[in-house]
Design a binder for this molecule. Structure first.
Ligand code: NAG
Length: 209
């Protein structure tokens, strides 16, 4: 007799916890975000659509120098991710396209769905790790290490990159160096490139100075 009563009590207690502690915090994009993410949207206004995002049905725009595009599902696009510590990017690469060398502060699990690529990273001992990946292969890129992917096949590439953060802080090396107004002589010093190369790359990427 005591045991069923105890069970009933624990059930009541767990139900009341379920009612007061939320397992989600849909981001309220109308308020500013901080390092911990966005404030929670009013739970009374949350619907199933806050937990579904259809933006990745669409191929990313690949009209650029690299013939690659990424459709991001970060909190800004998919507020249901707020506080979940996860995000995903749809990656498209045309034939002859490549995902230029870049970095981010969290690990990335890369899943190749269509096509053939050479993918790799360079570790902090300057050792390169790269390999040809085929449809269905996955690869892990450790946090912060620079990495890349090149479409070496004769068909477009579709892949998904998942991150253990809803805001992984992606930084492309080329655009970081050449798409801003940092003076060319500084860029030249820190890269050892010739002035003509710096000018060419700034023109290509839209940098000034
Ligand atoms: C794709 O990106 C290019 C270059 O930024 C732009 O000119 C073009 O309008 C974009 N296409 C679409 C469909 O958004």
């Amino acid at each position: 007799m005591i045991f069923p009563i105890f069970l009933t009590f624990s059930l009541l207690i767990s139900l009341s916890f379920a009612n007061t502690v939320s397992n989600y915090c849909v981001g309220d994009l109308s308020l500013p975000s901080g390092p911990a993410g966005y404030s929670c949207k009013d739970p009374a206004k949350v619907t199933v659509d806050d937990f579904v995002y259809s933006g990745l049905r669409v191929a990313a725009n690949t009209t650029n120098l690299f013939k690659f595009g990424g459709n991001n599902a970060f909190t800004a696009q998919f507020p249901g991710l707020n506080g979940m510590g996860l995000s995903i990017v749809r990656v498209d690469m045309e034939v002859g396209g490549y995902f230029p060398i870049h970095t981010h502060r969290v690990p990335e699990l890369f899943t190749l769905v269509e096509g053939t690529i050479v993918a790799g990273f360079i570790d902090s001992f300057n050792t390169p790790f790269y390999k040809t990946l085929n449809k269905g292969d996955i690869m892990i890129f450790p946090p912060t290490l620079i990495h890349f992917a090149i479409n070496v096949g004769s068909t477009p590439v579709l892949a998904y990159a998942t991150f253990s953060s809803e805001n992984p802080g992606v930084q492309l090396i080329d655009t970081a160096l050449f798409r801003n107004n940092m003076p060319s002589d500084l860029v030249q010093k820190i890269t050892l490139l010739d002035p003509a190369q710096v000018t060419k790359l700034k023109n290509l990427f839209g940098g000034t100075n």
